[in-house]
Design a protein around this ligand. Structure first.
Ligand SMILES: Nc1nc2c(ncn2[C@@H]2O[C@H](COP(=O)(O)OP(=O)(O)OP(=O)(O)O)[C@@H](O)[C@H]2O)c(=O)[nH]1
Ligand SMILES: [Mg+2]
Length: 293
């Protein structure tokens, strides 16, 4: 494993797009062993961080090294959640086999920030056995995480009946493992059965049986089963076209963010306001052209 200090420093360079971040990224992956990337996604509060904490314990007990990337809530109202994560994963901060990094979520382009892809790709080749990426499943995030992760775990809760009714089929299709967390609450069995009945038959034919694991992250039950399922699924991963589409989408975003690096919305606002108020013949198309000429 690379030195934690070096990893932390390089991630900061990538996050802030400074120093030799470009060459760090361009040299990523050459002749190095890749970690298995496990994406953990699900609705806010489903128990993702508590599950990650339990998974770290399973991995460490199995003599594996693990890095965790979680996205800091961008809203100040969510600082409680962030502090909660810090406390939840507290015991691991001093463990030499574990590296936890929270990252600010910058969503200029919607969905996962390009920076998240960059950091994930970088850390994948730092010598860890596993990299766990926790993202809140809102909008497109779940689908995007599948483009990054080798294995995607979708965390649901027994009260999520309405949620599966309205779940976009894309989200179900990207999950390699379903978790029904908070199964200490009533309705977990019924929910799991209903969930299973919702799997599209065509999909089961192509993917085979998809594991549904019941956990109570809080009571620490089912976590060993979840880890075993992750190990099992990792053995049989096959890369599908869906993954290449998602990756192509990522590349598109990377190109977009590289080409747009000198265009900032705040600056656009100021400059537009000025032109608009000064120029009686203001024309939005001519204004836009001054940026693309
Ligand atoms: N009853 C019960 N509560 C749980 C369980 N797992 C987590 N919780 C609680 O659910 C709340 C949210 O847990 P988190 O692990 O922070 O959930 P999260 O999905 O990471 O939340 P965000 O990152 O904010 O989206 C906390 O109060 C946990 O203690 C469980 O298995 N059973
Ligand atoms: Mg969390």
């Amino acid at each position: 494993m690379e030195e934690i200090k070096t990893i932390a420093r390089n991630i900061s360079l990538i996050e802030n797009r400074i120093g030799e971040y470009d060459s760090i990224l361009l040299n990523t992956g050459t002749e190095k062993k890749a970690a298995t990337i496990v994406g953990i996604t699900g609705a806010p509060g489903a128990g993702k961080s508590t599950i990650v904490d339990g998974l770290i314990a399973e991995m460490v007990a199995d003599n594996k090294t693990v890095a965790v990337l979680c996205v800091d809530p961008s809203s100040p109202f969510n600082m409680g959640a962030l502090l909660g994560d810090r406390i939840r994963m507290n015991q691991w901060y001093t463990n030499p086999n574990v590296y936890i990094r929270s990252m600010a979520s910058r969503k200029e382009l919607g969905g996962l920030s390009p920076m998240m892809i960059e950091v994930t790709e970088y850390i994948k080749y730092c010598g860890f056995d596993y990299v766990i990426v926790e993202t809140v499943g809102v909008g497109q995030n779940e689908v995007e995480i599948a483009g990054l992760a080798d294995i995607t775990v979708l965390i649901l809760v027994p009260e999520g009946g309405d949620e599966i009714q309205t779940m976009k089929s894309g989200i179900m299709e990207i999950a390699d493992i379903f978790v029904v967390n908070k199964s200490d609450r009533p309705g977990a069995d019924l929910f799991s059965r209903n969930l299973h009945m919702m799997f599209p038959p065509t999909w089961l034919k192509s993917k085979g049986e998809v594991p549904i694991i019941k956990t109570s992250a809080e009571q620490k039950t089912g976590l060993h089963d979840l880890y075993s399922a992750i190990v099992e699924v990792t053995r049989s991963i096959s890369v599908s076209d869906k993954k290449y589409w998602l990756l192509a989408d990522k590349v598109y975003q990377l190109i977009q963010s590289a080409r747009m690096h000198d265009v900032q919305k705040d600056a656009l606002f100021t400059s537009l306001k000025e032109s608009f108020t000064k120029d009686p013949n203001f024309n939005i198309f001519r204004f836009a052209k001054t940026f693309t000429a």
